[in-house]
Design a protein around this ligand. Structure first.
Ligand code: ATP
Ligand code: MG
Length: 396
């Protein structure tokens, strides 16, 4: 019997018209994220099968558990037979490694020509087990072990444990977006949620050296690396924002510093997004969180771009955001104390209801188009891969 990993797609299978695109994207993503691993992947209607060496199982399961588009991961034993007798014999052999007093057989039959129904297979297989293993009985409600039998055209798959996948859509199936990634708690969470909906992300970070430190930048790189696990690598565009920030600081009334600064960030982000064929911007804004996230502020800031801006956290409480940040392991990095450029030029009384007319007036005081083009021309791009762990067994 060959041991292998079997994947189920779940939510994907409801996307009737697009199923081909969804599956191809998922296959490509899996091939890509397992490219350094020696193994074999093959596909069969509604299922994907992966054979790897025993020592790679933990790593592969860890990667698959963090791959969007997968609903369930099963470690299965493939039997190239589907007679009841062979299935019974194989189960008796495999179950020697398991201790249980009660069991339930669950059969799935994708081979509709098979002479028995699923119920009949379960009953007969159960009978074989009862006859050959002493002191066990059937419990259909709360068994110690589920014995799963999946009969397909050419083979039968036997397995005893189900590992949940994280669901979502395969990354990239909805196209590309650009995540505005700061060192805070919110934006990595926003990025994770957009990736989950099938948006392949690149990220953009605005730094203002020497006002912001190398540590602040490293923190953003570390956060990008966390997202790379889900996004299958991530490109980080780093924009030197110092000149623009200083020009704003020197020429514009301080209550408007943040409003104008964010309008500049949006303008640059939209240009970078277009240049990478991105369809949307994604950021961590949440209604009412700070002065620049009142509805008036958001609309005055948003109006400088035509590209849609996705705000996955718009209606989340901070506590709800923190919960996800902990789940995706970005929280501890986000709360490190290094400041990014937002926090360094914060005025005492930022405007809560900025006026768009004033924004245009103030912006005339600085040659912002030249400054923006210049910053884009000089920008740095890092390609960031997922973090490799020393011991995958510990993090499963
Ligand atoms: P916090 O978790 O402390 O709120 P934050 O990163 O969300 O941190 P905000 O001032 O709320 O900080 O910024 C709103 C959004 O704007 C961020 O979620 C992020 O998407 C974007 N943003 C802010 N600063 C930067 C920056 N330096 N580079 C890139 N994007 C930024
Ligand atoms: Mg925020």
């Amino acid at each position: 019997m060959q041991k292998m990993i079997m994947l189920k797609y779940g939510e994907l299978s409801t996307k009737k018209g697009n199923i081909g695109l969804f599956l191809n994207t998922l296959k490509e993503n899996i091939k890509n994220s397992l490219k350094d691993i020696d193994g074999n992947i093959h596909f069969d209607k509604g299922r994907m099968f992966i054979i790897v060496k025993e020592e790679d199982y933990n790593k592969v399961i860890y990667i698959l558990k963090n791959t969007f588009g997968i609903h369930e991961i099963d470690i299965v034993y493939q039997l190239e037979e589907n007679s009841l007798e062979k299935i019974g014999k194989a189960l008796l052999e495999l179950l020697q490694n398991y201790e249980f007093k009660t069991f339930k057989v669950v059969t799935k039959r994708s081979d509709k020509k098979y002479p028995l129904t699923s119920m009949e297979v379960s009953a007969k297989v159960g009978g074989i087990l009862l006859k050959n293993i002493s002191d066990i009985k059937v419990d259909i409600h709360n068994p110690d072990i589920f014995i799963n039998v999946e009969i397909r055209n050419n083979a039968t798959y036997l397995y005893f444990e189900k590992i949940s996948g994280i669901g979502g859509y395969p990354v990239g199936v909805l196209g590309k977006g650009l995540l505005m990634l700061s060192g805070g708690i919110d934006s990595p969470v926003a990025g994770y949620m957009a990736i989950k909906r099938g948006v392949k992300l690149e990220a953009i970070y605005f730094e203002s050296p020497p006002h912001t430190s190398q540590e602040a930048k490293n923190k953003v790189i570390a956060l990008a690396r966390k997202l790379a696990l889900y996004n299958n690598d991530i490109k980080l565009h780093i924009i030197n924002f110092t000149e623009i920030q200083e020009a704003i600081y020197k020429n514009i009334p301080h209550e408007y510093l943040i409003t104008i600064m964010r309008r500049m960030m949006y303008r640059i982000s939209a240009k970078i997004a277009s240049s990478i064929n991105g369809k949307v911007l994604v950021n961590g804004e949440s209604i009412g969180q700070v002065a620049s996230q009142t509805l008036t502020s958001m609309s005055v800031i948003n109006e400088v771009v035509r590209m849609p801006v996705i705000r996955p956290l718009a209606c989340f409480d901070k506590l709800e955001i923190i919960e996800v940040a902990k789940k995706i392991d970005t929280y501890d990095t986000s709360i490190l104390p290094f400041e990014d450029c937002c926090t360094i030029f914060v005025p005492e009384h930022p405007v809560i209801n900025p006026e768009r007319k004033l924004c245009y007036e103030y912006e005339k005081q600085i040659p912002y188009e030249d400054l923006i083009n210049n910053a884009i021309k000089k920008h740095e791009i890092l390609k960031i891969s997922r973090q490799e762990e020393n011991n995958y067994a510990d993090i499963l």
